[in-house]
Design a protein around this ligand. Sequence first.
Ligand code: HEC
Length: 142
Amino acid sequence: MKQRVWIILFVVLTSCNSKTETPVKAKKVYDMYVPSEMSKLMLDMYTHNLELKQQIINGQSPTQFPNHFLNIHSAQLSDFQIRDQQFKSFSNLFITAQKEIYNTTSTLNLKDRFNNTINTCIACHSKICTGPIPKIKKLLIK
Ligand code: HEC
């Protein structure tokens, strides 16, 4: 039981609190920490969008919507997270926005579509998991 509490505490400290640095106390349990499916998907979404940002800045057009992003609807969450109605709505908003980036018939420019997507990341995070927000905000194209 005690172990479980530590694991939960660590996850809270790493993914969902507002401090950017991991407190020394939590580092002790590092080797017990197993990232959730959702954590892994999120890191992948982050990396993908970081690459997209660079492509868009370089004037390239993104090619294909990464279908595995749809796993946001089913990926197993860390214990303390709940996939409630609000979460589902935010997931849908995000997927719709991300798909628009690849919509070649869109009338909105690519930069705006990209920033809209990042804003849906931030919208969900501001309700559910505030820790990564500063990192996510850096994705926005100025
Ligand atoms: C529907 C809500 C929602 C949306 C949309 C969303 N996230 Fe997340 N994100 C979460 C939740 C919940 C977690 C914590 C996952 C867990 O611990 O199981 C998380 C975790 C993260 C993490 C921390 C991962 C880790 O464990 O280190 C990053 C970084 C992140 N998200 C980036 C993003 C980016 C970038 C986007 C948009 C491209 C995005 N998120 C969209 C809910 C969301």
